[in-house]
Design a protein. Structure first.
Length: 329
């Protein structure tokens, strides 16, 4: 190699190294075991905290899973859903209508506090949400998956964005596909993650229109099983804003594939559940899991949760590691 070519090659190598140092996010994405050296006990601490709360209040499992979803779909998985109102930002995501029913913030705060005692200033609140969601599903006899970590916390949270990006329970299939696609998620991710509705409860007002006034003429939703409508009407009166109904009757605290059996029988609680039967790809997956007792569901759910957990993450030098999850530093 000529002296000129050697010099040029060395210059390019040095330039590449300089760019790497200037942009640490270029090589620092999420990975399993991100805290292996800086906080090796983080997952054990988070699991112990989560299990402690759920053993006393098992109904928190579904809200903790939902919190991760609501965080990732707005500004990416950056912990922005955790931020409280402040004089600088009086309307954070928490105040948006879809988030006013979120619960379990005390679990995240307790896990963060416990981690901070061992590894101060190291683990992000965004990563803690992701770990807690996994542990909540596992607690309810659901799958366990490896959670890639390395997220950093965002500094911005706007209620208007929550209204814009979170899929409503009234969404049809084209709306759902559009919203998931915009976040880099596939149609399979959509139908897999919808089964998070196998645990938890919902207020009647999220589906009451299907029972009493579907098209504004005092009618019912024809896509909902009439026998199920009768059962739901016994629990939910017209205009009911307080009553809670199990989303997966009989096993709403067990993470299983029964969701798909219900949807296949036209007993999905929300319009967004019923919508899965109006698309060939999502319908095929629903019928497969319903007929095979969820043969691939647990594995698929873990994969889709990892995919969701990758949305819009902040890594490297972006964002911050919050000292308290409800406030920016």
């Amino acid at each position: 190699m000529s002296t000129l070519k050697l010099f040029s090659s060395l210059l390019l190598l040095q330039l590449g190294a300089s760019l790497f140092l200037l942009d640490p996010t270029s090589a620092q994405g999420l990975k399993v075991g991100f805290y292996e050296k800086t906080c090796p006990s983080v997952e054990a601490i988070v699991k112990q905290t989560t299990d402690s709360f759920l053993s006393r209040a098992p109904s928190l499992a579904a809200p903790l899973l939902r919190m991760h979803f609501h965080d990732c779909f707005v500004r990416g998985c950056d912990g922005s859903v955790l931020l409280n109102s402040s004089s600088a930002n009086p309307q954070p995501e928490k105040t948006a209508f879809p988030n006013q029913s979120l619960r379990g913030f005390q679990v995240i705060d307790a896990a963060k506090s416990a981690v901070e005692k061992t590894c101060p200033g190291v683990v992000s609140c965004a990563d803690i949400i992701a770990l807690v969601a996994r542990d909540a599903v596992s607690f309810d006899k659901g799958p366990f998956w490896e959670v890639p970590t390395g997220r950093r916390d965002g500094r911005v949270s706007n209620s208007s964005e929550a209204l814009q990006f979170l899929p409503p329970p009234t969404a049809n299939i084209s709306d759902l596909k559009s919203r998931f696609s915009a976040k880099g998620l596939s149609v399979k991710d959509l139908v897999v993650l919808s089964a998070g509705h196998t645990i938890g409860t919902s207020h009647c007002f999220n589906f009451n229109n299907r029972l009493y006034n579907f098209t504004g003429k005092g009618d019912t939703d024809p896509s909902l099983d009439p026998n199920y409508i009768a059962k739901l009407k016994n629990k939910c009166r017209s205009g009911d804003t307080t009553t809670l109904v199990e989303m997966d009757p009989g096993s709403f605290r067990t993470f299983d594939s029964d969701y798909y059996t219900l949807v296949s029988k036209r007993r999905g609680l929300f319009q967004s559940d019923a919508a899965l039967l109006t698309d060939s790809e999502t319908k095929a997956y629903v019928n497969l899991q319903a007929s095979t007792h969820g043969s691939t569901f647990f594995k698929d759910f873990g994969v889709s949760m990892v995919n969701m957990g990758n949305i819009g993450v902040l890594t490297g030098a972006a964002g911050e590691i919050r000292k308290h999850c409800a406030f920016i530093n």
